[in-house]
Design a binder for this molecule. Structure first.
Ligand SMILES: C[S@@+](CC[C@H](N)C(=O)[O-])C[C@H]1O[C@@H](n2cnc3c(N)ncnc32)[C@H](O)[C@@H]1O
Length: 247
């Protein structure tokens, strides 16, 4: 299967899954791994939410792959405006139902062909980086960069490699695999991109691309990262030095 075919199949999967997507977050049906595991999951969701709150995603916020709006709902609390991008009309309909048309500008488009329409103070994406094919990693981060205003910041949440994070009938291939088979409640199967990152490797890869990003984990299910472009830091430092000299 070509890269393009896989990305098409990935979009088709999330369109077909829209109505059952939140079962994953809510640990229902095939995602229910028992009371103790579920308690752990929800505690880690809360930890990720607290990290996002501490980050304070204020100003103009762009959300990539917004999906059914679980995290859009968090962004609205802090942002002056939220632009939510997703390829799936089905998930955006659910996002609208959850968050309302007045608080969010919705853009239905393929991220891999989309061109930034403005500059944003924050770019946010949850459970999206792992669906970016490895060979498009640098291009995706260039897109994030192009979307950011000076001093703009990025925040992301994603999956750690953990069989208990996914459905009981999904098989995680090795930690280094970059694709996996996903199944819907009706048994239909799709091959999608799924890349697992370790915090230290991701931090290093991003540093090599000119990002200063700190990546942490919530324990066993999630990782989250935040940061900015190094050049933004340099610009701020340079500005500080210049101001210091002028005084
Ligand atoms: C794992 S879900 C994450 C949704 C949401 N961010 C969350 O945390 O619940 C991935 C999302 O990416 C969207 N998506 C998949 N391929 C896409 C593409 N090429 N362009 C834009 N969105 C895409 C899907 O429709 C889906 O809503």
């Amino acid at each position: 299967m070509s890269d393009e075919e896989r990305l098409q199949e990935q979009m088709a999967y999330y369109r077909a899954r829209a109505g059952e997507y939140d079962q994953w977050f809510l640990r229902q049906g095939r995602f229910d791994h028992g009371a103790e595991q579920n308690r752990q999951w929800f505690a880690e969701v809360e930890q990720a939410a607290r990290a996002l709150a501490d980050f304070e995603p204020t100003g103009r916020v762009l959300e990539f792959a917004a999906g059914t709006g679980w995290w859009t709902e968090h962004l609205i609390r802090y942002a002056d405006s939220v632009t939510a991008v997703d390829a799936s009309a089905e998930t955006l309909t659910l996002n609208r139902a959850r968050n309302g048309e007045s608080s969010v500008r919705y853009v239905q488009t393929d991220i891999f062909t989309w061109k930034p329409d403005a500059h944003y103070d924050v770019v946010f994406f949850s459970f999206w980086l792992s669906h970016v094919p490895p060979e498009r990693f640098a291009a995706f981060w260039n897109l994030v960069r192009a979307c950011l205003a000076p001093k703009g910041r990025v925040f992301f949440i994603d999956s750690q490699y953990n069989p208990l994070s996914t459905a009981s009938d999904h098989r995680l291939e090795g930690e280094k695999a970059t694709t996996m088979t996903r199944r819907l409640n009706d048994g239909r199967e799709f091959r999608i991109v799924k890349v697992f990152y370790r915090p230290e490797d991701l931090t290093a890869r991003l540093a090599a691309l000119g990002w200063r990003v700190t990546v942490s984990t919530t324990g066993s299910h999630f990782l989250y990262g935040s940061g900015t472009r190094e050049e933004e830091d340099h610009a701020a430092i340079t500005a500080g030095i210049t101001q210091g000299r002028m005084r």
